[in-house]
Design a protein around this ligand. Structure first.
Ligand SMILES: [Zn+2]
Length: 274
C-alpha cells in the first residue's frame, strides 16, 4: 500500500501520482502504488486531515499482509469534519454507516472510512463501505477486508444476520463457509456436498469430509488429521437445524481477527475468484 498526503509531509517514500490529475482539488489527493493494475478500481480511503498518522502506519504494515495480494490499490479522500461524512449508528450492534458525498465514478469503488475513536465504537463492513476507527489494527482491517473479498464470519453471526445467511439467502459469495441442514448424510449426499464445496479441489477424496458409522451413515466433519476438509464453524449457531462448515480445523482470522491466521487454502480460494 502506497499512499501520500497533500497537506502534511509525506513519510511514505514511494508512490506515483496518477498521470491524470484533472480531478485533483484541494484536500483531495490521489496516489496509487505499483499494486494498482490496469482496470483496478482503487479502494477509496477517507482520512481525517491531520489525524491520519495511525492509519498510515497500519497501511504500511498492510503491504506485508497476505491479503494485500488481493486488495492493495487505494486512493485517498481527505476530510476535515467527521460531520460531513454523515455517519449514523444502525442496527442493534450500533455499527456505523456513512452517507458519503460520492462522485458518480466513485459509486463502484469500495469506500473505507476511518474515523477517530470518539466517533466510532465498532467496525463494520457492508458491500461497498467499511467504517473503522483510525486506531484499527492491521488485523482488524484484514478481517473486514476479508468480507469484501468473499469470506463470511466464522464466529456466531447475530440472529438477524444468521437467519438470512444460514438459510442460503446471502447477497455475496461465501468461499469459506458452507451450510447444511443435517449432519448425517448418505454416501450420495456426501458426494454432492463435496461437489459444491468452494474448496473441493483441495479435498482429494469425498470420504475425508465425514466419518462413517457401522450402519453406513456418514457423520459430517473431518478427522483432525485432515488438513483441508470439513470442520464445524460457529457461523450459524444462532439458527436451529443449520450446520455451518469451514475448510480447516484451526481458528482463523474470520473467527477472531487477532489470531491473524489466513490458511493457504483461503488464499488459494481468493486466487480462483480473481
Ligand atoms: Zn466479520
Amino acid at each position: 500500500m502506497l499512499v501520500t498526503q497533500t497537506a502534511q509531509s509525506n513519510q511514505l517514500t514511494s508512490f506515483h501520482w496518477l498521470e491524470d490529475l484533472s480531478h485533483q482539488q484541494a484536500g483531495y489527493a490521489v496516489a496509487t502504488g505499483a499494486a494498482c493494475r490496469a482496470g483496478d478500481r482503487p479502494v477509496q480511503l477517507w482520512l481525517p486531515e491531520g489525524r491520519a498518522a495511525p492509519v498510515l502506519e497500519t497501511l504500511e504494515q498492510w503491504s506485508q499482509h497476505p491479503l494485500a495480494e488481493f486488495l492493495n490499490c487505494f486512493s485517498v479522500r481527505w476530510y476535515q469534519d467527521a460531520e460531513d461524512l454523515k455517519c449514523q449508528a444502525i442496527g442493534n450492534r450500533g455499527s456505523q454507516q456513512c452517507d458519503l458525498a460520492l462522485l458518480p465514478r466513485e459509486l463502484q469503488q469500495h469506500q473505507l472510512v476511518f474515523v477517530t475513536a470518539e466517533a466510532l465504537s465498532i467496525a463494520s463492513a457492508t458491500h461497498w463501505q467499511m467504517v473503522m476507527p483510525t486506531s484499527a489494527s492491521v488485523d482488524l482491517l484484514a478481517h473486514e477486508a476479508g468480507h469484501w473479498l468473499g469470506f463470511a464470519d466464522e464466529y456466531a453471526m447475530s440472529t438477524t444476520l444468521a437467519v438470512d445467511y444460514c438459510n442460503g439467502r446471502y447477497q455475496h459469495p461465501s468461499v469459506n463457509v458452507v451450510t447444511t441442514t443435517t449432519n448425517h448424510v448418505t454416501s450420495a449426499e456426501l458426494q454432492a456436498l463435496w461437489q459444491r464445496l468452494p474448496w473441493r479441489d483441495a479435498v482429494k477424496d469425498w470420504r475425508e469430509l465425514a466419518q462413517q458409522d457401522g450402519k453406513g451413515v456418514w457423520r459430517l466433519g473431518s478427522d483432525n488429521s485432515v488438513k483441508v476438509g470439513l470442520f464445524a464453524s460457529n457461523t450459524c449457531a444462532a439458527v436451529a437445524n443449520v450446520y455451518s462448515w469451514k475448510p480447516v480445523a484451526r481458528m482463523t482470522a474470520m473467527e477472531y481477527h487477532d489470531v491473524n491466521v489466513w490458511p493457504p487454502i483461503y488464499l488459494e480460494l481468493l486466487r480462483t475468484l480473481e
